[in-house]
Ligand binder design. Structure first.
Ligand SMILES: *Cc1c(COP(=O)(O)O)cnc(C)c1O
Length: 344
């Protein structure tokens, strides 16, 4: 009972199963912090779902999932000649390759390696330009081609872009009929598959799979201490005055758990920007809203979170949770680390 992720196991697994049913050919993505669950847990869940293939972010993530998952493992970060893969069992590993030079270099370094060629979409992150496909094919000798991959942005006409790549693939000399895609919804995938019956479309999904039913998940922090404070009283590492009469709550969950980490906002709308400015104003005044919810509201940090705990202020008149009770927290799962997973 510390800083835990509670999982409504039945509900969560039902969501995983229904997602797998809606996305035929699903490739579960298991990377980074394992979306808050940890990669080993998710690898076991992917096996339960009957997945034949999972995708990880980096080569460093490969060894542990090879132990928990008996199927194949696709590495999403494209292979580079400066990666040292010595000691890695590559038999069940599928590499992504996104540069013409790397196709030749991989063939030389790891003859027989299994590869997926990646195309450079409007994401512009990795991948071969459409005009480089022929050159890449020219270096494929000695490699086993397992498919073609595209990574799509979260906005824009992704269906049209996927169709353009499917057409480019069909017209190219890249000899594969398997296309790995990201960020198409179930309807868009069905349409692509219907338009290209000869193509085996494999959707890679992480967030919508593992975190798609947030009502199945609850983060609970434990109240570790409660202190009565008067307005102006200096508290914390920084000895800042508290903003009013009330209580200080010391709850489990600090920077080591990812509390206080916030991804830079991508909100470019006028109201979104105004909100960010307003928030900045409050931050400038030394007040930051915490993710911890008490009596229905997210409460203010008294000062930046500490390594293992956070200090919160609740004004007089608000019901005070007792030491040992839990409060919920609205956190970003992809930067969260929990003390324990609780399978309810
Ligand atoms: C992370 C990632 C995915 C999965 O993204 P989600 O938004 O978590 O579903 C798919 N493909 C690639 C290449 C990725 O890096």
């Amino acid at each position: 009972m510390t800083y835990d992720l509670h999982i409504d196991t039945g509900r969560w697994r039902a969501h995983l199963a229904s997602t797998a049913a809606r996305y035929p050919g699903l490739v579960p993505v298991i990377k980074g912090n394992g979306y808050g669950f940890g990669r080993e847990v998710l690898a076991a869940e992917a096996a339960r779902l009957g997945a034949d293939l999972i995708a990880v972010g980096t080569y460093g993530e490969v060894p542990a999932v090879l132990e928990t998952f008996a199927g194949e493992v696709l590495v999403l970060t494209p292979w580079r000649p400066f990666y040292d893969l010595a000691g890695l069992d590559l038999e069940r590993v599928i590499h992504t390759v996104g540069r013409v030079d790397d196709v030749a270099a991989l063939a030389a370094a790891h003859p027989g390696a299994r590869v997926v060629l990646e195309g450079e979409t409007s994401m512009s992150r990795h991948g071969l330009d459409r005009h480089e496909l022929a050159a890449a094919v020219g270096h494929l000798d000695g490699l086993s081609l397992e498919g073609f991959s595209i990574h799509l942005p979260l906005v824009g006409d992704r269906a049209a872009e996927a169709e353009r790549w499917a057409a480019a693939l069909a017209a190219s000399r890249v000899e594969t009929t398997r296309l790995f895609v990201s960020h198409l919804d179930a309807g868009q995938l069905r349409a692509l598959q219907a338009a290209r019956p000869g193509l085996e479309v494999r959707p890679r999904i992480g967030t919508a799979l593992w975190l798609g039913d947030t009502d199945a998940l609850e983060v609970r922090a434990t109240v570790l201490d409660v202190h009565t404070v008067a307005k102006g009283e200096a508290v914390g590492y920084r000895q800042r005055p508290v903003p009013g009469d009330g209580h200080l709550l010391i709850v489990s969950g600090g920077t080591a758990h990812g509390v206080g980490l916030e991804a830079p906002s991508a909100d470019a709308s006028p109201t979104g920007r105004a909100k960010i400015l307003a928030r900045g104003g409050l931050q400038a005044a030394g007040r930051v809203r915490s993710p911890f919810r008490i009596d229905g509201r997210q409460r203010w940090f008294v000062e930046p979170p500490h390594m293992q705990v956070s200090m919160l202020f609740i004004p007089a008149g608000t019901p005070v949770p007792a030491v040992g009770q839990t409060v919920t927290a609205a956190v970003r799962f992809t930067t969260a680390t929990f003390d324990a997973l609780r399978w309810d």
